[in-house]
Design a protein around this ligand. Structure first.
Ligand code: SAM
Length: 196
């Protein structure tokens, strides 16, 4: 583990103790689970990518490693300390860190659609109406051939995902503490286009 990893974990834990329901986990997602999630869609073809609930940036780094050099990544993080740490630790011209709620996503996208949305927002511990609002906004901004990848620590959100999207695939990542439920959601029934 590097010094940066340790600093990130401390920051994450502090944010968890300050707002446990908002952060929703005591540890950042494992690298294995990040790889597993990001394998659910072809990031090498995505141009406009959105991450919501970026935390210490474990997904942010994985996304930047996989998207094209001319792509753009908007990373939303509501916690100011986490957002600042992320911005300082990841100087990449493709990345904009946005210290705002994912509910404000459409305003920041300025009418553009997202090819890919990656979410680790804790839907089961957030107020239900906030979770529903975030899912609705994500569905609205998703490009017709796009995908939303969702990480959760419980399958409780699955019903809402199925109500919001036309196709939902599920995978379970056991090499994570706790085991993680990974979803790929699409607005087309076959979801074939971004899937490749
Ligand atoms: C379970 S943590 C995941 C962090 C990181 N992506 C990871 O996988 O380790 C959830 C993150 O979502 C953030 N969050 C919660 N509600 C949010 C909202 N409405 N908009 C943006 N971020 C939010 C929390 O502050 C926290 O950093």
């Amino acid at each position: 583990m590097t010094t940066g990893d340790r600093g990130g974990r401390r920051r994450f834990l502090r944010s968890f103790f300050a707002s446990p329901r908002q952060v929703g986990a005591v540890l950042p997602t494992s690298r294995h689970t990040v790889r597993n999630t990001l394998s659910l869609a072809p990031l090498d073809r995505a141009r406009r990518v959105v991450e919501i609930g970026a935390g210490t940036g474990v997904y942010t780094r994985g996304i930047l490693d996989r998207i094209p050099s001319d792509a753009r990544l908007l990373a939303f993080e509501i916690d100011t300390n986490l957002a600042r740490g992320l911005e300082a630790g990841l100087p990449d011209p493709r990345l904009s860190v946005i210290n705002d709620s994912a509910t404000e996503l459409a305003r920041h996208l300025d009418g553009e659609a997202a090819d890919l949305i990656v979410s680790a927002v804790p839907f089961t511990s957030l107020p239900s109406e906030v979770g529903s609002e975030i899912l609705g906004v994500c569905r609205d901004v998703l490009a017709p051939d796009g995908a939303m990848l969702v990480l959760q620590y419980s399958p409780l959100v699955e019903r809402k995902l199925r109500q919001t999207f036309d196709s939902v695939e599920r995978r379970i990542s056991v090499l994570n503490v706790p085991p993680a439920f990974l979803y790929a959601c699409r607005t087309t029934a076959d979801g074939a286009v971004l899937q490749g």
